[in-house]
Design a binder for this molecule. Structure first.
Ligand code: GRF
Length: 220
């Protein structure tokens, strides 16, 4: 009896702009074989950020593509796409990458690009999510992991993790609480993708051949 073919390890590029705590969680998850993948490249739009140091320390190739070098978004995204093509990337993981990507780029990685956003989407796309939740008197916040489509922070949601907001909270404390959820949630979703369990089809996220609801996976 022959064993089924193992799924080939995927090649991941992670795009960052800063601290890289989510990147670190993904590096650790790959190194511990929790995720069947190799992070082959980390790209930042900012030089000298902690995330680049984390990548270099893990022996991962890094690149900085600055906006100043490519004032037109389309040129920036073409340079980025060319670089990712050189690395034969299967999956693009946005982990705090603070740039909007053009339609062409998004289409190139249709169904192969993930983002993590620090709010319970569809609430609060864009910036300052925690302050906006506080200002609205919300009792909970969280993070959302979704496929990337043309709509800013609007692609099909795969997984959300919730945290409480307490009466004496400020945005920084909520951010820390949400971030601790991000560090386990993102590796789980990337793991699903790398096991070929997670796809995007008909504008929905599907896990194990089941369409996920508007709030993504619910572990009930
Ligand atoms: C995270 O909060 C993520 O949700 C948002 O940007 C932040 C990145 O943090 N998109 P880090 O650079 O991974 O520490």
């Amino acid at each position: 009896m022959s064993l089924p073919n193992p799924i080939p390890s995927k090649r991941i590029a992670v795009l960052i702009s800063g601290f890289g705590s989510n990147l670190q969680a993904l590096i650790d998850a790959c190194n511990h074989c929790y995720i069947n993948a190799e992070i082959v490249l980390v790209v930042s739009n900012k030089a000298r950020v902690k995330g680049l140091t984390r990548a270099a320390e893990a022996g991962i190739d890094t690149a900085v593509i600055r906006a100043q070098e490519y004032p037109e978004r389309i040129d920036y995204d073409r340079a980025l796409a060319d670089l990712l093509a050189d690395y034969s990337v299967d999956l693009v993981v946005l982990a705090g990458f603070m740039r909007i990507l053009s339609t062409d780029f998004v289409n190139t990685y249709h169904g192969r690009m993930l983002n993590i956003h620090p709010s319970l989407l569809p609430k609060y796309p864009g910036l300052n999510t925690h302050q906006r939740a506080l200002d609205n008197g919300d009792k909970e916040s969280g993070c959302s992991i979704h496929f990337v489509t043309d709509e800013l922070d609007g692609g099909p949601i795969i997984l959300q993790a919730k945290v409480p907001i307490f009466a004496d909270d400020d945005a920084e404390r909520i951010a820390q609480r949400v971030n601790s959820q991000e560090l386990t949630s993102y590796p789980l979703v990337v793991k699903w993708f790398c096991e070929n369990r997670l796809i995007m089809r008909d504008k929905k996220a599907w896990l194990d051949n089941h369409p996920l609801g508007p709030n993504g996976y619910a572990a009930e």
